[in-house]
Design a protein around this ligand. Structure first.
Ligand SMILES: Cc1cc2nc3c(=O)[nH]c(=O)nc-3n(C[C@H](O)[C@H](O)[C@H](O)COP(=O)(O)OP(=O)(O)OC[C@H]3O[C@@H](n4cnc5c(N)ncnc54)[C@H](O)[C@@H]3O)c2cc1C
Length: 381
């Protein structure tokens, strides 16, 4: 059986579905091919923090700009998804609060604040007492804080369900349990070989977008040169019980994300463990210990889940966005710690590129060429 579409998207994570939604809204016929089910990968594990101000120190300026662009797009992105599919995305605007536990945290906070000021990012410095006025369950030992009202959050699980409904409402065909094994250009189109329980089939498309997360170079044959996509494991502990916070709380060791229904997420570890998805005692211990220092009340909550995901990353930890090296094939991957925040801008600018053929300035620094040049340099010794 051979199917056809204007655009085929490999992978139904937050990136694949966001791009599918935007492309379908612009009049393209879109098929998403997903090996498991939408959100199977990192996207439903993500804490859903939309917090560029707190990542600013170690993030290259072009990526901070893209994150801020995406954050500005979030309210409209959410409104469009909710209006198309009728389901809530779980987007919240309470803001994010840094909590200092000791002098070291305070000095780090000052340093961060200075960088934020230089970049024109708004934030409010707080004393320990002011932190507790905003969040009464924060430890009495907290010595200071920083409130960024413009850094928000979204429930990534709710978002994925809402995105799937929105995609279906605008006519995106989502094939689940369908693994793409090969992508190749032939006779002026791009052909995908797809394996399903029912057998093997082919899909022909004018354009293909590779959005396969960490599996881009695992079990998928494409004409792309190797770009070194690798998994960075993240463990996240879910607690339930009495509601202890409204804001996202964080410092350099931990973040605590409140969700509706009294759920708290403690995240996240960053580990090089290949494709190993097992939660570990050490990871859980660290997260509980750091969270306890900020919110001692977690002692009485119960552990409802320990979730593990694989962040897709290349060597410079920046996303890879744009045309691949073969006509008709595009890539949107390597979002590492920022796929949820970057979903609206990735979808918007990739759709601009794929529908107009013009390369948007906003994603110019994230092309695949930088990685190929890096590899050539490595090979030259
Ligand atoms: C613990 C943790 C916390 C995080 N917190 C945040 C956060 O707070 N904020 C934020 O912005 N980001 C966060 N992230 C990062 C974010 O989750 C990722 O950047 C994002 O989910 C990547 O999305 P994706 O669609 O590229 O990949 P994925 O969500 O992994 O989706 C890829 C999909 O492709 C499918 N697939 C793969 N190969 C094939 C194939 N051959 N054929 C068909 N389908 C295929 C997979 O089944 C999968 O569903 C976090 C990640 C982790 C692990």
């Amino acid at each position: 059986m051979t199917d056809v579409a204007d655009v085929a998207i490999v992978g139904g994570g937050v990136i694949g579905l966001s791009c599918a939604f935007e492309l379908a809204r612009r009049g393209k016929s879109v098929s998403v091919i997903e090996r498991e089910r939408p959100g199977f990968g990192a996207s439903t594990v993500a804490a859903g923090m939309l917090t560029p101000s707190f990542e600013v120190e170690l993030t290259p300026p072009a990526l901070v700009e893209l994150q801020l662009d995406s954050l500005r797009r979030y309210p409209q992105f959410v409104a469009e998804i909710e209006s198309a599919g009728g389901l809530s995305c779980g987007y919240r605007e309470e803001g994010t609060l840094w909590v200092s536990r000791h002098r070291d945290d305070e000095l780090e906070l000052e340093h961060l604040r200075k960088i934020q000021e230089d970049r024109g990012l708004p934030a409010r410095r707080l004393t320990g007492r002011e932190v507790r006025q905003i969040e009464p369950y924060v430890s009495p030992r907290a010595v200071g804080g920083l409130l960024v009202e413009s850094d928000h959050q979204v429930n990534s699980r709710t978002l994925m369900v809402a995105l799937q409904a929105a995609c279906e409402a605008v006519g995106v065909a989502i094939r689940v349990g369908a693994g793409v094994t090969t992508v190749e250009r032939t006779q002026g189109r791009v052909e995908l070989a797809i394996e399903e329980e029912s057998g093997v089939s082919t899909l022909c498309a004018d354009q293909v977008l590779l959005a396969a997360g960490v599996w881009l170079e695992d079990g998928l044959v494409t004409p792309l040169p190797t770009i070194g996509m690798r998994p960075i494991k993240g463990q996240i502990v879910h607690l339930k019980g009495q509601r202890l916070a409204d804001h996202v709380l964080r410092n350099s060791d931990i973040y605590i994300v409140p969700r509706s229904g009294g759920e708290l997420l403690l995240g996240a570890t960053e580990e090089e463990q290949g494709f190993d998805l097992r939660p570990t005692a050490g990871g859980t211990l660290d997260l509980l210990r750091y969270a306890f220092e900020i919110l001692p009340g977690i002692y009485d909550l119960y552990v409802s889940e320990i979730d593990v995901g694989l962040r897709p990353a290349v060597t410079d930890h920046q996303p890879v966005l744009g045309p691949a090296n073969v006509e008709g094939i595009y890539i949107a991957g390597g979002h590492y710690r920022g796929g949820v925040i970057l979903a609206p801008s990735t979808a918007y600018w990739m759709a601009e590129l794929m529908t107009t053929g013009r390369a948007p300035e906003q994603i110019a620094s994230f092309g695949i060429e930088r990685l190929l040049a890096e590899r050539l340099q490595e090979a030259a010794g």
